[in-house]
Write a protein that binds this ligand. Structure first.
Ligand code: CMC
Length: 435
């Protein structure tokens, strides 16, 4: 018997099977041969939230949740955040290696020259109510780009794919900025090609009557670092959605829109907005112990805490704290920081959080910096979606080119009625089938 194999004895019939182990996993399809008879479908695994199921093989992002390690294409996140621009990291994620000077110049030039939106997209945005949530506008507008670029549906053509990747990376900041301008009733600002990716984003957000908008270099760099930290995070909820939609060969615009919809949820990217609301609700440091008790009693969650994979300090949260200090040197300290720091201190000493290995995640401090940079909480998840678009696209491209990937289609364990006969409406009792 191979040593890299699992020996399984089926107690229902005392048969033994050998299942190969590769890269620390067994293939679920190898379990299908475990049957009690010819009409038995074969054994499946049941894993409703993918707690222990690898859905793909990927060479993009590595996380060791116990040790608090995050690497893009093998490079530690700390080194990338310290030394790279966001577009350099985007190139790395999308292409597998850090760019040379000429590769970077060409990539930056390409992204810079695709930032404009088709004029009809502005009219489309006008249809939203004045108080529409920016994330809802972002999702819908990204999806609407699918109608502007119908060739994008040729997802098996590498050149067409590459073109849509440039378009999406270039245009998401413009869409994000326009959702903000719409919600403030301000005119849209066209991109400025002389600025960097983040500077241009800030220009489209905040330029008023001045000839050219100049962001503070430290604040632009802080936003660039935040973008680097949020660019990818392996098979998280929204990336899984991106791969699932993409597996049906839908175009990348609607696939990114679907992934962004998943990101908007409060358990995922929407958590950064919720953290700010929570800090507002807590109000003062004196109220923290009572709030912690409420969390422990199960009345609410401590937003920005806990992670499916990290059971140690999220390495991104550490860099965000460092970045926050640099930002506050420019903007002055945000009063919410004191509450957040104290909340973290108390939580990390509390048995409830220690036992469950709950640490601050990326969303715990990001909102505080975003607010200091001048963003309103409704924009926070949009700020997450801009860089994560790069991760979604890198994972999408990997999925499309992976010969093992097919349309994502999980199995289920059916628990309903097997078969019953139709009942005419006048004879029905009205008892519901299930709650
Ligand atoms: N506050 C209080 N208790 C918590 C929290 C929290 N933030 N997170 C987890 N727990 C408890 C949970 O109630 C459970 O307790 P018990 O064993 O007594 O039932 C235990 O810890 C394990 O949690 P879980 O819900 O089984 O863990 P999960 O892996 O399914 O969920 C999570 C991960 C991120 C959804 C969850 O920790 C959470 O809801 N956190 C708050 C929302 C948040 O900050 N989300 C951002 C995640 S990081 C960025 C991103 O992915 O977008």
């Amino acid at each position: 018997m191979s040593t890299d194999a699992l020996s399984i004895t089926d107690k229902r019939n005392d048969r033994t099977y050998e299942v190969p182990i590769q890269k620390g996993a067994i293939r679920a399809m190898d379990l299908r041969k475990i049957k009690t008879g010819a009409d038995d479908f074969g054994l499946m695994t049941y894993d409703p939230a993918f707690l222990n199921t690898a859905s793909c093989q990927s060479s993009i992002t590595f996380i060791d949740g116990d040790k608090g390690i995050l690497r893009y294409r093998g490079y530690p996140i700390e080194q990338l955040a310290e030394n790279c621009s966001f577009l350099e990291v985007a190139y790395l994620l999308l292409n597998g290696d850090l760019p040379t000077t000429s590769q970077l110049d060409e990539w930056v030039d390409s992204v810079t020259h695709h930032t404009m939106l088709h004029e009809t997209t502005k009219t489309f945005l006008e249809g939203f109510r004045y108080d529409a949530h920016p994330m809802g506008m972002f999702i819908s507008t990204v999806a609407a780009l699918s109608t502007v670029y119908p060739e994008a549906r040729n997802v098996l053509d590498p050149e067409i794919r590459a073109k849509q990747i440039v378009r999406l990376v270039s245009k998401v900041p413009t869409i994000a900025a326009y959702t903000y301008r719409h919600s403030r009733g301000l005119p849209y600002i066209y991109p400025d090609n002389s600025l960097t990716y983040t500077e241009n984003f800030m220009n489209m957000l905040w330029r008023m009557m001045e000839h050219q908008y100049r962001s503070h270099p430290m604040l632009a760099r802080a936003l660039d670092i935040l973008f680097i930290l949020h660019a990818d995070h392996e098979q998280n909820c929204s990336t899984n959605v991106m791969r699932a939609i993409g597996s049906a060969q839908a175009d990348p615009f609607v696939s990114v829109a679907g992934a962004a919809a998943a990101l908007s949820g409060p358990l995922h990217g929407g958590a950064n907005e919720e953290v700010l609301r929570m800090l507002d609700e807590i109000g003062t440091q004196a109220n923290i112990p009572a709030y912690i008790e409420k969390v422990k009693a199960g009345h609410c969650k401590l937003m920005g805490f806990g992670h499916r994979v990290y059971k140690n300090y999220d390495p991104r949260a550490r860099i965000i704290k460092w970045t926050a200090d640099r930002v506050f040197e420019v903007t002055g300290r945000n009063s919410k920081l004191e509450i957040a720091l104290e909340l973290e201190r108390i939580a990390l000493e509390d048995e409830y959080f220690i036992k469950r290995r709950l640490y601050p995640n990326v969303d715990f401090y990001s909102g505080i910096i975003y607010q200091a940079l001048g963003f309103r909480p409704e924009m926070f998840t949009v700020l997450f979606a801009i860089p994560r678009t790069v991760g979604w696209l890198a994972q999408w491209q990997e999925m499309i080119t992976d010969p093992e990937q097919k349309i994502a289609r999980p199995r289920q364990i059916y628990t309903g009625h097997m078969q019953r006969d139709f009942v005419p409406i006048e004879q029905r009792t009205g008892v519901s089938v299930s709650a």
